[in-house]
Structure formats: C-alpha cells, structure tokens
Design a protein around this ligand. Structure first.
Ligand code: GUN
Length: 298
C-alpha cells in the first residue's frame, strides 16, 4: 500500500495541443491550407453547449478552421441529414462531429452513419468501428484514444498486460477494448451483468472504468500497483462544500483507490482534457489522409 502517482491528463493534453498547433503551422506553410472541423449541435442541452464551445475554441487556438452549426431542437432528421450531406461535399471540411445526445425524434445511428467515414473524427461510423475491430486504418473514438495515449506514456509497451474495461458503451467501452487488444493486451470487458465485478477488476494490470456510476470502483477492487484510468465524469452533491454545492467525481473511489494503485487519473484533470485534444489530432489525421498530406509526428 502506498500512494499512487497521479497521471496528469491536463498537462499531457496541453502538450499534445501544442504539438498539434506546430503541426498545423507546418502544414499551412507546406500546402497553403489548414484542416477544418465542423461541429453540429442540435438543441440546447447545457453540457453539450459547453463541450461545443470548447471544441470550437480549441480548434481555432490550434490554428485550424472551425465551422459551427447550431440547429433548433425541433430540427427534422431530414434537414440534419441534408446538412451532413453538404458537409460531406465541402472540401474545406476535414472532420464532422455531431454532438450527442441528439433529440429523441432523431435516429442517432442513422445520422452518424450518414457522415463520410473519412471525415468521421468521432470514430462512431460503423465503417470506422469495423476497421478498428479488424485491424484497419480507423479513425478512433477520442476518449478511448486519449486513455491509450496516457497508458502508453505511463507504461510504454502494453503487450501481455491484463486489461479490464468496466463498461461496454459504443463510445468508450467497446472501442477501448478493441484498442487494448490491438496493443496485444489480454482484455476482459465487464458490465452490469458481470457475475463478480470486484474479482474481475482485481486481476487487472490496467483498469479502465467507464460506467457512469459515481465512485463505484473501490480500492479493494484494485490489484496493488495497477494503472487505473477513470473515464467517469459524474456531478454529485457536495454538502461538505456548503448547502446546494456539487462536485465532479469519477467512476473510481479516488480516496481508497489511490492507496492501492500504482498510478491513477484524477477527476477532473485526467481523461477529460484528453478528449478534445484527441479530436484535434483526429482532424489533422483526417485532413492528411483526404488531402494526401504527410502526417506530422504527434
Ligand atoms: N457527447 C458526449 N461525448 C461525446 C463525444 O465524444 N462525441 C460526441 N459527438 N458527442 C458526445
């Protein structure tokens, strides 16, 4: 038992954004153009509005072009699909991101699958999910990609390690498992029906928690020395801070887990900041592939 090293995702993401900024400057000097990212927001979900604002801001800060499309909550599926078709055809647009969740009257998968897979910087299109699962050249979902970059930075070669992923969502759990398998980890995917979740977690050299349940993973679920990646961002009441106050916590009980783990990501400041940095990285990658540019080292 000791004290885990803190994996500083905020600092790593800042470094990655800086490298992306330099790469964009280089591309502009070499080819006279910059990558462009289109972000589509339907409706007024407050969390989505914050994400979309940050995405646009960081896109511009990195020197890339940002195209924001804010549509009314009552927008029909048909007109959203028409916008996607226009963005697919627009040569200044290298990446298209449709912010989720979409209003209930719109079929999200139908919209995601209407995006040109070569512009699918979220990696949510079935073609990219299929390419990732079969070892092809996929655009990889941003959050699991961010987790992988932190793991590689901490551990180097991941081959032969036992990785346990808690959660099986299409956005995080499944692509995370596919990425870890691609790194030659032995991968266990657990979920709400897993018989002995603490026991499965205890076998993990690498534990990735992505279930959306505040502080569910306890310290005694963790193998001593394991690397713990906490993807959860849960807002909970914080009466200790005063009446009506709230705070953000992860899916891992940080206080107990950090006494057992070798290294752990905090919430906030761990995986969260990596997601938008990886979105920018994917936009550069999509631009280089589409335009036949040499991909800069990132
Ligand atoms: N909503 C929450 N996370 C994400 C994400 O990674 N991509 C998109 N498009 N929407 C989200």
């Amino acid at each position: 038992m000791g004290t885990a090293d803190i994996i500083d995702g905020k600092a790593f993401a800042a470094g990655l954004r800086e490298r992306i900024g330099s790469a964009v400057t280089e591309l502009k000097a070499k080819y006279g153009e910059v990558p462009g990212l289109a972000v589509v927001l339907v409706g007024e979900d407050p969390a989505s509005q914050v994400y979309v604002r940050n995405k646009g801001k960081q896109t511009l800060e990195s020197g890339m072009a940002s195209f924001e499309h804010k549509l009314d909550a009552s927008t029909s599926e048909e007109s959203l699909l028409k916008l996607i078709a226009e963005l697919n055809a627009d040569r200044a647009v290298d990446g298209i991101l449709v912010q989720l969740p979409l209003p209930a009257h719109i079929d999200s998968q139908k919209v995601l699958d209407a995006i040109d897979p070569e512009k699918d910087v979220d990696g949510f299109h079935v073609v990219n999910a299929g390419r990732l699962a079969t070892g092809g050249d996929a655009l990889v979902p941003c959050t699991p990609l961010g987790c992988l970059l932190l793991l590689r930075d901490r551990l180097g070669d991941l081959s032969g390690k036992h990785a346990v992923v808690v959660g099986r969502s299409n956005i995080v759990g499944k692509p995370m498992a596919a990425l870890l398998l691609r790194e030659s980890c032995t991968v266990t995917v657990t979920h709400s029906r897993t018989a002995d979740l603490p026991g499965e977690c205890r076998r993990a050299d690498i534990l990735v928690a992505a279930v959306g349940r505040p502080e569910m993973v306890k310290g005694d679920w963790i193998k001593p020395g394991a690397t713990v990646i906490d993807v959860g961002i849960n807002r909970v009441d914080a009466p200790e801070k005063g009446d009506g106050k709230t705070k953000l916590v992860g899916d891992v009980d940080f206080a107990s887990a950090s006494k057992v783990a070798g290294a752990i990501t905090p919430v906030p400041g761990g995986v969260g900041p990596m997601t938008i940095a990886c979105l920018l990285r994917n936009t550069v990658e999509a631009a280089c592939r589409r335009r036949g540019w040499a991909m800069p080292e990132l």
